[in-house]
Each structure stands twice: as C-alpha cells, then as structure tokens.
Ligand binder design. Structure first.
Ligand SMILES: NC(=O)c1ccc[n+]([C@@H]2O[C@H](COP(=O)([O-])OP(=O)(O)OC[C@H]3O[C@@H](n4cnc5c(N)ncnc54)[C@H](OP(=O)(O)O)[C@@H]3O)[C@@H](O)[C@H]2O)c1
Length: 274
C-alpha cells in the first residue's frame, strides 16, 4: 500500500472563516479575539447586542475591523444559527470552516438543590443549542467535500474544517455539586464524540474542550455563592483565565488538517478534582 502524500499546512488562521458563540464575555470573547489576531475572519454571537458590538469594536481596533461581524440573538434558536452561518458566507465569501460552539451557562447546585425554574434554559442552551449549531455547521462543511472526493490521496485534506465544542471537566467526572449542569456537559461530551465518528471520515474535526475552573461571568450567571467560589479560588489558585482556554482552541485548530487533537481537558494546575 502506498502512503498517502499529505502536505502539512499549519500554524496560521489566515483565510479561515470562524463563528464563535457566547462571544460577549469569557472564553468566547477571548477566543474570537485570538482567532481574529491570528488572521481569521470572525462572526461573533451572544444575546447582549450592545456588549457584542463593543467586543467587535475592541477586536477591530487591533486592525482588520473588516474581518469581524456581529449576529446577536439566542444561540439555541435555529433562525439565529442560520443567520450566523449565512452572515459568514455573505460577509467573508465562504462557508464557516471553524465553528466554536461555546455559549452556555452553569447552574449552582445539584439536581437535588438547584433552582428547577432554570433547568429548561440550561438544557436548552447547553444541549439543544449546541446540537443545532453542530448540525447546521457540519452540514455546510460536508457540502464542501462530497464523499466521492474523499480519496486516499489526502489532497482534499489540505483545508481544515473544525467544529469545537465546550464541554467541562464535570462532563467527564461526575461531580456531586453540579449534577444538573454536569449532565448537560456529559450530553455534549457524548454528542461531540458521536458526531466526530460520523464526520471524521469526511475530514471534519469535531473537538471537545473540557475546562476546569475558569474565572469569567460564568460564576455570577450560574449563581454560585461568593463564599463557596472564594473557597475554591483559595484551594486551586491561580484559576484559569478565558485566554488560557482560547489558546487551547487556537492550538487544536492550528494543526495540519490531517492531525486531530479530538479531546482536550485543561485545569488549573492545582485543581485535583473534578
Ligand atoms: N467558566 C468555567 O469555569 C467553565 C468551565 C468549564 C466549561 N465552561 C463552558 O465554557 C463556555 C463559556 O463559558 P464562560 O466561562 O466563558 O462563561 P461566561 O463568561 O458566562 O460567557 C458565556 C457566554 O455565553 C453567552 N450566552 C449564554 N447563553 C446564551 C444564549 N442562549 N445565546 C447566545 N449566547 C449565550 C453569554 O452572552 P449573553 O449573556 O450576552 O448572551 C456569554 O457571552 C460555556 O459553555 C461553559 O459551560 C466554563
């Protein structure tokens, strides 16, 4: 058997068309800024339109303002997802080839102790929103390379296509203090690996990033008690910053198209569990 000849192209995001959800804060904001700095064109999404415009202006102020577009709205709605994908193609002349499924929220407490009134929003955003975007983006990426072109030569693999999904350490290790939120991340974990197995043969990399504690707006939105989070900070400090996770996303998506780091768990060094 002859070895497929593959020309490795890596290290740059120039020319790539990215979508990042949940980009008005935290990991999404840091990721959008970093991918843009590395040369990608980016469509950013979140619900707070004004905040999102500010983020776009901040990103654009570093140069390349024409490579940033905003689509505000709820990322769990199909119409918003279609609008992001359409905007990428319309504004940048190509379908998105790097989609970061990041928007999500936490929830203080377990199945036993958390506020049940918030369960639907948590599941809808973290699981259904992720599923809809993974499907929408995956379909358009597959359209770019019909199955009959996926031969062994590897030439079609020169261009990377990435769907990157934010899971969590509590989507890998069962934690008693966040069993409702954690179960949404277990769902995302299973979904990401399942879709990876489905799309990998056609060259789409579907990647799970599983962070431990990251200091962001996440803790406020989830409703963590200040005293509890302060005790976690004392125990595990220094915590991760959003930029630390953004660098992981940059790393996996900068690999040559035939190399897939499919799952990356990243913790603050002193966080032993979960
Ligand atoms: N922080 C952590 O410790 C941690 C650990 C593991 C995994 N994660 C995961 O990492 C991802 C990002 O978290 P983060 O720490 O960056 O949190 P964050 O600072 O709270 O940011 C969350 C982002 O998601 C957006 N968002 C929330 N619901 C949305 C919706 N329905 N539609 C559109 N945008 C929505 C928020 O913007 P708007 O409010 O403007 O919509 C915000 O931009 C999440 O999936 C989270 O589960 C976080």
């Amino acid at each position: 058997m002859t070895t497929p000849k593959i020309t490795a192209v890596s290290g740059s995001h120039v020319g790539r068309v990215a979508i990042v959800t949940g980009a008005s804060a935290g990991i999404g904001e840091a990721t959008a800024a970093l991918l843009h700095r590395r040369g990608a064109s980016v469509v950013i999404n979140a619900r707070r339109a004004e905040r999102l415009k500010e983020v776009a202006a901040e990103i654009g102020a570093q140069g390349g303002a024409e490579r940033v577009r905003v689509v505000a709205g709820d990322c769990a709605e199909q119409a918003v997802i279609d609008a992001m994908l359409d905007e990428a193609r319309r504004a940048f002349g190509a379908e998105a080839d790097l989609v970061v499924v990041n928007a999500g929220r936490g929830l203080n407490g377990s199945v036993m102790s958390s506020d049940e009134a918030q369960w639907e929003e948590v599941v809808r955003t973290n699981v259904l929103g992720a599923a809809r975007l993974i499907r929408g983006a995956g379909k358009r990426m597959l359209d770019r390379v019909p199955p009959e072109q996926c031969g062994q030569s590897g030439t079609w693999l020169k261009a990377a296509r990435d769907v990157v999904v934010l899971g969590s350490v509590v989507g890998r290790h069962v934690s008693p203090f966040s069993s409702l939120y954690g179960s949404t991340k277990f769902a995302v974990h299973a979904m990401t690996e399942g879709v990876r197995r489905e799309l990998a043969p056609r060259g789409v990399r579907v990647t799970l990033i599983e962070p431990g504690f990251v200091v962001s707006e996440f803790q406020r939105v989830a409703g963590y008690a200040d005293a509890w989070f302060e005790s976690m900070k004392e125990k595990f400090a220094p915590m991760l910053e959003p930029a630390d996770v953004a660098r992981m996303i940059e790393f996996v998506t900068a690999q040559p198209a035939h190399v897939h780091v499919s799952d990356l768990l990243v913790r603050p060094t002193r966080q032993e569990y979960p």
